[in-house]
Design a protein around this ligand. Structure first.
Ligand code: PTT
Ligand code: SF4
Length: 623
């Protein structure tokens, strides 16, 4: 029996036909997939024609929330945005904190799915009555902040607004979806998918109740959880520095990506630390709905060309547009982050692309002419501003850089793929893995490409010892993937209360039961997470038509080019060790040596129909 914590309604919009409708989905979908990423992969598997071009009208983009979203419990204002990725050609998703998540639930839907392409730019207005399609011709070309302001004026500031910037309109394959000026989601090009549909924005306004089996119980458990968050030992430190607290730790550990992940330490790290950000740059702090540990630290540039500009300073943003490019000035980093947010680029991939281009230029693989006269140089912010504009204009080699580092490297040849810092086409987030086989495996096996969200293992790896490469390491990574990539992406709530201030995980099955009436053990939830992982992996195999372990292997740089400075000078990954870890990984997941789920694994998870579909493509599954 399904619980009561769902509307069991998905709002569909077909922009080609200008039509919208509501579909009820079966109880079994709620029971087996809960919400968020679970719903997204179920919808994409069932409804997307295999081999669809991600930027064609036929692609589907899903905005999904979960049974805990929006309820009075810690940090519940989150939403999953998923689609077939134009950057990777496989499953892509992101998780964004936004009022739009809460409004979608209040409007009476568990997900919104959009397909088709409008003839001219449009935006959607969604409420209890369904979806209205409005012209966005006057909004096209505006940056994300301007659109947010304008739609806020039209529909009320309390509404939830998702928008793309010019990067999404121009189909930059690592364009994100923006909300509330500083929130960004959907690293693998979810903004480009919206752009390809001529969909500039979505405004959501709901006034209804969020369904819960026992609202009083949710409130009671939620209240206790809020109080645990606030009383956590490191709460004050978190409130002061947020995610940037980790920057100096990365420097000490020698895992701070520097000069396109060539090194793990940066000479100017102290100038861009969490402490400096909090003491000298922070002007205010903001966050997602229902959160009492808000981490959006907004900093203001004090001097230089960006003086007076404000931007949210998360670790990944500061690192990838700072040390990774040799930039040691927060004044300048703030300018680059603001530019990325307003234009709607993913900061991580953008930082990686700029680093890749600088290195390719240094090595003579691209010339000044290819870059329209620009000479990218480490630490010289103005050259990066020019390069970002070249990518936006899709001019000369900027057009190739708009497709990400993997495609750019394949075009350049000459070994460029070795320093394209990506897995499956998605650029690695800001953790250098020269010394960290575990983090390398987490990047290698993440279901969307090299993102840390499913298993930010590096911290735990340091505690256990970077040089301990045993089976337990792999088990721990899989468990993290189950918790972070399975539970939090289907409940849909923020994982930071658990990850950053140590909120007890036991709260979640209790909250789930109060919200839905379903009583799941942690083990059952882990099984659900594994099923989602299997289905996502099958999706990749279906879209590629083949698979092998090279797709789960990080870039050659970490193996072949040792660190040349810092406390771990000389360190690099070892292929034999990595392959052993990957073998254990496949074995524990019930996947074969190619990284494809075995038929027996799929049948045990009631994915027999999906297994047959793969076999009907001529891909033989291992027993
Ligand atoms: C996330 C990725 C991250 S991960 C960061 S900073 W991080 C970058 N933020 C960007 C940004 O900002 N502007 C921009 N133009 N591009 C950006 N790209 C990068 O995107 C995010 C927080 C953070 S801050 C993290 S880790 C946690 N992520 C969660 C997650 O994935 N799931 C979950 N259940 N809870 C999470 N909580 C935390 O949320 P993507 P957000 Mg993000 C300015 O979207 O695609 O998943 O990539 O959503 O609302 O900004 O919150 O040190
Ligand atoms: Fe949003 Fe940060 Fe709060 Fe998570 S901890 S809900 S990312 S403000």
């Amino acid at each position: 029996m399904a619980g009561t914590g769902w509307h069991r309604r998905i709002l569909w919009v077909d922009l080609s036909r200008g039509k919208s409708w509501v579909e009820e989905y079966p109880e079994s979908m709620a029971n087996e997939f809960l919400g968020g990423r679970g719903y997204a992969i179920r919808i994409l598997w069932d409804r997307l024609e295999p081999g669809t071009d991600p930027l064609s009208p036929e692609n589907i983009i899903v905005y999904a929330i979960g049974p805990l979203t929006g309820l009075p419990l810690p940090s519940s204002g989150k939403m999953v945005i998923a689609s077939k990725s134009p950057l990777t050609g496989g499953y892509g998703d992101g998780n964004i904190g936004t009022r739009a998540a809460v409004h979608l639930r209040k409007a009476g839907y568990d997900a919104l799915a959009v397909t088709g392409r409008a003839e001219k730019p449009v935006y959607l207005y969604i409420d209890e009555k369904g979806a209205e399609i409005h012209s966005a011709e006057d909004l096209w070309g505006l940056d994300a902040e301007e659109v947010d302001n304008e739609l806020g004026k039209r529909h009320g500031r309390r509404s939830g607004i998702l928008t793309i910037g010019p990067a999404g309109e121009r189909l930059v394959r690592y364009a994100v979806v923006m909300s509330e000026k500083d929130r960004a989601g959907g690293r693998p090009g979810m903004g480009a998918v919206m752009g390809s549909k001529n969909l500039k924005a979505i405004v959501i306004h709901g006034e209804g109740e969020i369904p819960a089996k026992d609202p009083d119980k949710v409130k009671e458990i939620g209240k206790q959880a809020y109080s645990d968050v606030k009383n956590a030992e490191n709460y004050q430190h978190w409130m002061s520095e947020g995610t940037m607290a980790i920057l100096m730790w990365c420097q000490e550990m020698s895992v701070l990506p520097t000069y396109n992940f060539r090194e793990g330490v940066f000479d100017g790290a102290e100038k861009v630390s969490g402490e400096i950000m909090a003491r000298e740059y922070k002007v205010f702090q903001k966050g997602c709905p229902q959160c009492n540990m808000v981490c959006g630290n907004v900093g203001e540039a004090k001097t230089g060309p960006f003086a007076g500009t404000r931007a949210e300073l998360d670790y990944e943003n500061v690192e990838m547009l700072g040390p990774n490019l040799g930039i040691d000035s927060l004044d300048e980093i703030i300018g680059l982050v603001r530019m990325a947010d307003n234009m709607g680029f993913d900061t991580i991939s953008l930082g990686s692309v700029l680093g890749f281009a600088t290195e390719a230029y240094e090595k003579g693989l691209i010339t000044k002419e290819d870059l329209d006269g620009i000479e990218p140089r480490w630490g010289e912010t103005e050259t990066y501003v020019d390069l970002i504009n070249l990518i936006l204009e899709r001019k000369k080699f900027g057009n190739t850089l708009a497709k990400g580092t993997k495609l750019a490297a394949l075009k350049l040849g000459n070994g460029a793929i070795g320093f394209a810092m990506q897995v499956k086409g998605l650029e690695a987030s800001a953790y250098d893995a020269h010394i960290a086989h575990g983090m390398a495996l987490a990047f290698g096996t993440s279901p969307i490409g090299a993102h840390h969200k499913d298993a930010w293992y590096i911290y735990r790896e340091a505690l256990r010892g970077f040089d301990v490469n045993d089976r337990q390491k792999v088990e721990e990574i899989i468990n993290l993937q189950r918790i972070r990539g399975g539970l939090f992406e289907t409940f849909v709530t923020c994982r930071f209360p658990f990850v950053e201030v140590g909120l007890n995980l036991d709260y979640y099955p209790r909250l789930l039961e109060a919200a839905t009436g379903l009583s799941y053990t942690m083990n059952q939830l882990f099984n659900m997470a594994d099923k989602i992982y299997d289905l996502i992996r099958l999706f990749w195999v279906r879209e590629y038509g083949w698979w092998d372990r090279s797709m789960d292997t990080p870039p050659a740089r970490w193996f072949d080019e040792p660190l040349t400075k810092g406390p771990r000078k000389g360190a690099h990954l070892d292929r034999k060790i990595y392959n052993q870890l990957l073998d254990w990984y496949y074995e524990i997941r019930g996947w074969d040596e190619r990284g494809i789920p075995r038929r027996s694994t799929l049948e045990a998870r009631r994915l027999g129909r999906e297994a047959r579909e793969i076999e009907s493509m001529g891909i033989k599954l291992s027993p």
